[in-house]
Design a protein around this ligand. Structure first.
Ligand SMILES: [Zn+2]
Length: 54
């Protein structure tokens, strides 16, 4: 895990939240129930909840 995006995310405390939504595109966030979004950053798939993550 040398991706700066992940390192920064870990520092902000968002890493655990990312684990909760990983590979769950189209499903709902376990925390707030919002639809989970998928994005491509540095050729890596990432999943996030737009409501929990800014
Ligand atoms: Zn959420």
């Amino acid at each position: 895990m040398e991706n700066p995006f992940y390192q920064g995310d870990h520092l902000t405390g968002g890493y655990n939240n990312r684990c909760l939504v990983y590979d769950r595109e189209g499903e709902t966030c376990k925390r707030c129930g919002s639809a989970i979004m998928k994005g491509i950053i540095s050729s890596r798939k990432t999943f996030f909840c737009p409501n929990c993550q800014k």
